[in-house]
Design a protein around this ligand. Structure first.
Ligand code: AMP
Length: 295
């Protein structure tokens, strides 16, 4: 297999690999040649946010691997999993156009084989706050899949979106917990539609009215940022929540937190982030905005 894969690579084709073992073998060969590997894990239904990660990975690495795998273990809600958009033919076309070198497209049994040993990741308070609180088990699932993917892909550089702010913190912790500090985690800015809506695969499920209402999320985040110096934190959060509710959202949280610890901000120090999670018509959207710098 590595011979066929090598030949495809030399012809500048995108290689699609479905088997973990084959991908690992291919990567070992490339690394032996001194080539660097950039990795962009996704759940597919690709949009410009994913592509921005890929573009940066391509700039900074010899070979870029993108994975598409809708990981069942990170869905705490069965309906959300069932309804997750799948657009694989389009995704492949897009990745070829963007000159991605390798697409890893595993089945569930490739990621979680019969002898898979489930482990628990000690994420501390990150596990039970914000997303962790509203989606119990979600971050254990994220760690399971990222741990497995990193084991298979062995990248030098890993690319993730600030859009999933808490997930980035969890993955940073995972790299420490699993002794993979040599992997550089690149956290890339959130890509938005022209109207401010953060791009998300779940946006595909929004109808026209819901899409319009969804602009409330980035609008309220921007307002929090604008008014931060002049208004009490509690008022900013309460007003954002009210505006979201008036526009048809069920709000899980509007929080202004310390960007390093994610603990609710007690004062307007440096490094604050505003985070929102809210659902419309059962479609749950998240977004966040850095308020005053990030170190
Ligand atoms: P997903 O397919 O939703 O699991 O996302 C795969 C990766 O793309 C994650 O690292 C996300 O944070 C990132 N991502 C998703 N949406 C965006 C966006 N609008 N801008 C930048 N990155 C994003």
């Amino acid at each position: 297999m590595p011979i066929a894969v090598e030949a495809a690579a030399q012809l500048n084709y995108m290689i699609i690999v479905k088997k973990s073992k084959q991908l690992s073998e291919y990567i070992v060969l490339q690394k032996a040649k001194g080539l660097t590997i950039g990795f962009v894990p996704t759940m597919g239904a690709l949009h410009q946010g994913h592509i921005s990660l890929l573009t940066n990975a391509k700039k900074q690495n010899d070979i870029t691997v993108c994975s598409i795998f809708v990981n069942p273990t990170q869905f705490n809600n069965a309906e959300d999993f069932r309804n997750y958009p799948i657009t694989i033919a389009k995704d492949i076309e897009r990745l070829i156009k963007e000159e991605c070198e390798v697409l890893f497209l595993p089945s569930t049994s490739e990621i979680y084989p019969a002898d898979y040993q489930k482990r628990h990741y000690d994420l501390g308070t990150l596990e039970s706050m914000l997303e962790g609180y509203y989606r119990p088990g979600h971050f254990q699932g994220v760690c399971q899949v990222v741990d497995r993917l990193l084991e298979i892909v062995q990248p030098d550089n890993l690319y993730m979106g600030q859009k999933d702010f808490q997930q980035c913190m969890v993955v940073k912790k995972l790299l420490q917990l699993t002794g993979r500090q040599s992997i550089n985690l690149h956290i890339e800015p959130t890509i938005r539609e022209d109207n401010g809506l953060a791009m998300s695969s779940r946006n595909l499920r929004l109808d026209k009215k819901q899409r319009q209402a969804s602009l409330t999320i980035s609008r309220t985040l921007n307002r929090i940022k604008q008014d931060l110096d002049n208004r009490p934190l509690e008022d900013l959060k309460r007003e954002a929540k009210e505006e979201l509710e008036q526009n048809g959202f069920v709000v899980d949280y509007v929080e202004i937190a310390d960007a390093n610890s994610l603990q609710p901000a007690q004062s307007k120090g440096q490094n604050l982030v505003a985070l929102i999670a809210a659902s419309i018509g059962g479609i749950r959207l998240i977004d966040n905005m850095l308020l005053n710098g990030y170190h």
